[in-house]
Design a protein around this ligand. Structure first.
Ligand SMILES: NC(=O)c1ccc[n+]([C@@H]2O[C@H](COP(=O)([O-])OP(=O)(O)OC[C@H]3O[C@@H](n4cnc5c(N)ncnc54)[C@H](O)[C@@H]3O)[C@@H](O)[C@H]2O)c1
Ligand SMILES: [Zn+2]
Length: 374
């Protein structure tokens, strides 16, 4: 079940197919892979400055024989906005970027979303390559073709679908990733198990130490299994007409919690962990999921969760945030619910008493988690 070495996943899209390559040492061979996918081109590396500081040397070695320019800027969530896109497009133009140039996005999900949107917009669209360096970006954000930025009034409100020509994932980049960021990414892996893969879920349940110690075989397995799941879902439903919505399992309440905490207290993946526990409880309350499977999901999520103080939050206030979610239909929230581990379905507008109860339940689970950790 657990493979080592290199994994290649071919992702089919309406704009053509591309490879996701998961390989230790991929950074040092980046130029070769980009040339194999796109031929010789001028490369613009849009890098998160903080990532460049700890991993840039390796990518620079990999691009030694290429014609490349570094655009390294701070790229936190607050920089994920149109002003940054303009700044980068201007820097590209000043440095001679043309229609045949390639953007290589190097960093976490922010670098991928911003770099991807720059590529989607510059001269009406040029090629781009994703080189994700957080677990969250490797298992989720880098695959699927969604790019974009935030507005002051909401997240990801301006963007484009723009498929990469190649995704290069080097698991070794995770060596410098802070623990909190790593754990946040693990919640998206657990989510993939719940929606589509009992095998991946079992792995997360049984191999906690290997996962938390970032043992190479565990990291490579989690990334390649997640990429396979996400790319299969996205292949069947590129623009989120139906199946792709299963990727939102746990996300309706995660987004509500992020909004309620003003996007400042939690990482996205941490909010997803909370959302998974709440969604599993809601699934049980709706008579779809057994208590046993709900408990397995909850125990696994909490094993990887960071301690968060959520005790000041009111479940009804969190639930009241759901109406503003992009995914609601005419103000009626749509929930992805679990039926078993590996199988989910949707329910439009479940009774709000159940949603509040599930939210209160998840808040209590974190309270217990917090007291255990101290
Ligand atoms: N396009 C999509 O489908 C999609 C899916 C999920 C999330 N996203 C977006 O992704 C963003 C979140 O991504 P993220 O969690 O990767 O956040 P991020 O890009 O902000 O990175 C998190 C932090 O880790 C640092 N970092 C990244 N890689 C590192 C490394 N290897 N070593 C040391 N430090 C490192 C970064 O500098 C940053 O401080 C959000 O904006 C979200 O909207 C997009
Ligand atoms: Zn997510």
């Amino acid at each position: 079940m657990v493979q080592r070495g290199m994994t290649l996943v071919r992702v089919e899209t309406s704009a053509g197919a591309y490879d996701v390559r998961v390989e230790v040492g991929a950074l040092e061979r980046a130029g070769q892979f980009v040339e194999a996918a796109l031929g010789q081109r001028k490369i613009f590396v849009v890098a998160d400055e903080a990532v460049w500081a700890c991993q840039g040397e390796r990518l620079a070695a990999g691009l030694e024989d290429a014609d490349w320019t570094l655009l390294s800027i701070p790229l936190g969530e607050t920089r994920k906005r149109l002003a940054t896109v303009e700044e980068l497009c201007q820097a590209m133009h000043r440095n001679g970027a043309d229609r045949r140039s390639v953007v290589v996005a190097f960093g976490g999900g922010v670098a991928g979303d911003v770099g991807g949107f720059v590529a989607a917009s510059y001269m009406r669209g040029i090629e781009f390559v994703q080189v994700p360096t957080t677990l969250l970006a490797q298992v989720d954000a880098a695959v699927g073709g969604k790019t974009g930025v935030n507005l002051a009034s909401g997240k990801n409100l301006v963007g484009a679908f723009h498929q990469p020509a190649l995704v290069l994932i080097d698991p070794q980049t995770l060596e410098s990733l802070p623990d909190r960021e790593y754990r946040a990414g693990l919640q998206e892996v657990v989510k993939h198990g719940v929606i589509r893969s009992p095998e991946l879920f079992d792995y997360m349940e049984r191999h906690r130490d290997a996962v938390l110690d970032r043992r190479p075989e565990a990291v490579e397995y989690m990334i390649s299994a997640s990429v396979r799941i996400k790319s299969a879902v996205v292949r069947e439903d590129e623009r989120e007409g139906g199946l792709r919505r299963i990727l939102n399992f746990g996300h309706t309440l995660a987004h509500a919690l992020e909004a309620e905490t003003a996007y400042s207290r939690l990482l996205h993946g941490e909010a997803v962990g909370f959302g998974l526990v709440a969604a599993a409880k809601l699934s049980e309350l709706r008579g779809r999921l057994s208590a046993g499977d709900r408990q397995r999901i909850e125990t696994t999520v909490l094993a990887y969760a960071t301690a968060l103080s959520l005790d000041d939050l009111d479940p009804s206030c969190i639930v009241a945030r759901i109406a503003g979610d992009k995914k609601s239909v005419g103000g009626r929230p749509r929930f992805v619910l679990a039926e078993a581990i590996g199988r989910v379905s949707e329910e439009l507008d479940p009774p709000s008493a159940h949603v509040v109860e599930a939210t209160a339940y998840a808040l209590r689970a974190w309270l217990v988690r917090e007291t255990q950790v101290v």
